[in-house]
Unconditional design. Structure first.
Lengths: 186, 186
DNA sequence: CGCTTTACAGACAGACCTGTCTGTTTATAT
DNA sequence: ATATAAACAGACAGGTCTGTCTGTAAAGCG
């Protein structure tokens, strides 16, 4: 465990609350109370609530992006990479009381006023799309076919995340996992 | 055009605003102002904002459910039914500035405090799932296989809706449409 | 010791939120 | 014409929101 300074406590607490309840349902007051810090300390480190949201999404992106890079580089078979990645999603959903993608959930509450957040959402989604395409490129000879299959797996992944949250059930992830493996194996 | 009474004006205005900005980003004051009615009139017809949300989701469900029933009963081929339904989604996304499923967007902002809304979300999603399963039952001999393919198409549909919203682009719907047709044709 | 940095506590402003209330106006039906 | 129902306008209460402000306490360092 590293030091527990105010800035980190705020970000950790906000991450937990934003993910669990949704960005718009969490207030600064709740964050600083549960982070056991003061409002002045919050505004000393973050200029606004939106900036905190961007910092949160950045950390999520960074962690998950590193994880995906590792998977792409690993020597296992492409189908096994998909199996592992959907397995990770299964664990994630089970461990988060079926709260799904932080980016989609944040984008669901936005009319486009904050372009910084919208850009992060699009960058993150495009990054996941390219991840699936990269795996498919390792499997198929035809690059166009690989991209097409990668896009389909991306949509299965997104749909599984969304509907596992809506239905509070893991079956969408299980179904998508099997479908993705079949897609890349045929 | 029917009469323009206050109750209908409120529901119509709220539907437009909830869909465009998200439930949590729209207030009663904005609704009654744009519906050109008074706050007392609002609370004469709806006991709370949450009740208005449920009324909104109910109308969305009713309309879309009737549409799906018509499609299932129609004499065209299953693959053509899917093509039509994804075509409808394409039009819907284009006409709504890429705001996607009202149910998923509402569910993204909820920690489970309002069970009425959560139940409507789950009922609606399960209804769409059964719609795709019913179409697949018309195509395949094996009922288990039909259900399995129906579930995959359901996830493609959900993922296409989610990511078209996130990416502000129609390609996810186009990809899902083609993938669904291939799934039911093989 | 004095100086600086960081974090603390919490009052405050100004705006917005839902929901209640009083009272007035309009339309309809008898 | 008169009674009844519906819609109107809008003040108000009580709470929450983000963000600013003043002031204090503690720790590191010369």
């Amino acid at each position: 465990m590293g030091k527990s300074n105010a800035k980190d406590r705020i970000l950790d607490t906000a991450s937990r609350l934003f993910h669990k309840k949704g960005y718009s349902e969490v207030g600064i007051n709740e964050i600083i109370e549960k982070a056991e810090t003061a409002k002045a300390s919050f505004y000393a480190h973050y200029p606004s609530k939106e900036a905190l949201c961007e910092a949160w999404l950045s950390t999520v992106h960074e962690k998950s992006e590193n994880h995906r890079t590792d998977i792409v580089k690993s020597p296992i078979k492409p189908a096994e990479k998909l199996d592992n990645y959907f397995g990770d999603l299964e664990s994630f959903m089970n461990n988060s009381q079926f709260r799904g993608c932080p980016y989609s959930n944040t984008g669901a509450v936005s009319d486009g006023s904050c372009s910084g957040i919208l850009n992060q959402i699009q960058d993150h989604k495009e990054s996941i799309r390219q991840f699936f395409r990269a795996i498919c490129q390792q499997q198929f000879d035809d690059p166009n076919h690989a991209d097409a299959i990668g896009d389909r797996i991306f949509l299965l992944y997104s749909g599984a995340t969304t509907e596992a949250q809506n239905l509070k059930n893991i079956w969408p992830v299980t179904v998508a996992r099997q479908a993705a493996i079949e897609l890349i194996s045929n």
